[in-house]
Design a protein around this ligand. Sequence first.
Ligand SMILES: [Zn+2]
Length: 488
Amino acid sequence: MYVRLPFDELKVDESKKTRVAYFYDRDVGNYFYGTGHCMKPHRIRMTHSLIMNYELYKKMEIYRARPATNTELTQFHTDEYIDFIDRVTPDNLHMFEREQIIFNVGDDCPVFDGLGEFCKISCGGSMEGAARINNGSCDVAINYAGGLHHAKKSEASGFCYLNDIVLGIIELLRVHPRVLYIDTDVHHGDGVEEAFYTNDRVMTCSFHKFGEFFPGTGNLNDVGIGKGKYHAVNIPLRDGIDDASYKSIFEPIISKIIEWYQPSAIVLQCGGDSLSGDRLGPFNLSMRGHANCVSYVKSFGIPMMVVGGGGYTIRNVARTWAFETGICNDVILDKELPYNGYYEYYAPLYELDVRSSNMTNANSPEYLDRILMNVISNLDHTKHAPSVQMNEVPRDLEDFGDIEEDEMDAMDTKGGSLYSRDKLVQPGNEFYDEDDKNRNERNIDIDVDVRVNGNGTSSNGTGNGVHKNVLTDAELNEIDHLNQEVAA
Ligand SMILES: [Zn+2]
């Protein structure tokens, strides 16, 4: 069953014109977990600098999301936890001794200056990206400040405080009957899996190192429970997996899941700690081996959200996420790095590449075969009856649905919708230009030597070929019903 596929050069279809919405907040690189801590938000700024200097702003639309509000965050997290994250600072930490233990902040997840703001930027990007996918104004949404997959409902874990992915998926579920979550971080995507473990409207699939490795969960036999049975897929891997083996297990599993589950939206977590030479991760993927996951998932043409995640050799994370942003935009970026704000980080070769090493691959073909057979037979022996059938029909922009109705809906669900958020933006807010004050996002100022040109300024899907998933009234009622179940 397991066949080792050749790892060919990645290809893109340059005529494709995928509509990409990219979210970036220039403040994000300033947050600092502390001296010696390996999680460095600065890598997101490095990635952005590469992206801008490769001139990808000519291809995609760039937004600064409105940071998530406390109310929005409580769509997943508890009120007490959000209140704590919002208020705690290094200066008042002594007032929260009990909470520090309950909410698991301390060593791995330290309280740093601006912690709450950082979390809200991360979550805002994923929620806004999901909203843009929902209203059909992009095919791919990207938020490298997101992907913080370990955070739990009321607990920080593994450098993650708030789970932007779960919040983004909840937003997608407002419109999409079935969402597939794929996690390529070297660590198990435990926070997302746990949030939807009993739910059949979200299928989670995590590829990760397993065995004496954080967080310790994600065994092959963990498949979900109750209604969620067989809606969690875990691929436990050993050290040193290389490009060809990873591709040879990733592609058949993902294609089988998509065929079986028919998701109408996909969230792909692109943790960069599965790259060769990561400070924490023991895998051996090259930049191209990692990017093949993006390329492969994108090839299905299903609306997709790409989020960041781990990644601790930051020059390699920046390289890979920039390259993957190219893939999302149907471009293979040149090997030679353009001059950028962090050029010296890429010495001595100054190349856009992360190479595999000669480390041993502990994943034998027999081992990978066993995993593949197990996953496929779980799906084969289970009849999947999608709760809601969907038809994808191209429509004009005018047919995006009734904005008034959407607002009412949004008020009911604590203001998660793009339209309702538009109303919430305060005029004069320092983040927004006067011209943009009635919008909840804007094209950002670029803090490197380039600025957004005319191509990057339209915001609301004014291009041609806008698609939307169009549902009948009966299907919408079904989704409403399912949403109430999810909320309960
Ligand atoms: Zn990780």
